[in-house]
Design a protein around this ligand. Sequence first.
Ligand SMILES: [Zn+2]
Ligand SMILES: [Zn+2]
Length: 369
Amino acid sequence: MSARRDFYEILGVPRNAAQDDIKRAYRHLARQYHPDVNKSPNAEARFKEINEAYQVLNDPQKRANYDRFGRADMGGFGDMGFGGLSDIFEDFFGFGMRPRGPRARAQRGSDLRYDLTLEFEEAVFGCEKEIEVSRLDTCPRCHGTGAEPGTEPIRCPECQGTGQVRHVRQSLFGSFVSMTTCPRCHGEGEVVVTACGECRGDRRVRVTKTLEVTTPAGVDSGVRLRLDGEGEAGLWGGPPGNLYVHLSVKRHRYFKRQDSNIFLELPINIAQAALGDEVEVPTLEGTTTLAIPAGTQTGETFRLKNRGIPHLRGDGRGDQLVTVYVVTPTNLTEEQRELLKRLSKSLGKEVIPQSEKGFLNRIRDALNL
Ligand SMILES: [Zn+2]
Ligand SMILES: [Zn+2]
């Protein structure tokens, strides 16, 4: 028999054939070459070959392995006894790659997300917050075994503690064995007889946990803090997941923030703008005095060094930038009106448009006047 012929070729189907097509092709060929009906000298060898190909291609997992790893020389394949055949199957088709006995199915716990909103100042200076998280923790009563304390899990009667079960299919030419995870113990090799009274055998229980979150100074919306191991408990010895705290920061009443700088708009009156003044300016920490020089125009910006937000990474902090705008007075008293009239007269009626004034200034500069 030609042990190296391609299984697809043997069944006369394309490599992407559907399972149904494989089955149909097999039935057709098996009828054709069955030694009881076909008396030609090579019918029996051909029939073996057809069966061999079908056993592999009919099983999606074996077929996938075959597609990936190809085919070993399995001459005499069909004549082997139970043990030898299953070992070859396991070794060659990958079932033997798994460790024998119960497999540790360690499963990491899920990560959790918590959305935390901070006040502007809390984000700037850092804070400690208590948060309540609902999560699955390892059952404190059974410590995650799922068995009622005082009782012991027993060896799984289904798989005899191996965690896997063999499916043996008999055929004319031997037995075909595949291994699957034991459906009773899910691969653990043990089953609980008396389920834990607290978790009912689930191994984990839902708890509400209060956690302390320390946010560093200088965080902003979009920053994510990771609390290692504060996610859900793992299963079967797996590690817990992490808790991710997603921060969002409330707006401030009058500060605006950009990276580590904060911005403030400060209204001043025309007299302060013209004559200059010292004004009280709010900062993140109390107030400070800002000197407005005489002749300050709307839109001028003053920098208060190191009054901004601490850098999240590294030392130092940003600045506070104060932009002033001149407020035109309204609701004037009679006295103010008189004063402004006198001022107006003194300044003269002629007002040069801004653009033209700029133009004249440029000429003066150019002529060095
Ligand atoms: Zn329990
Ligand atoms: Zn089992």
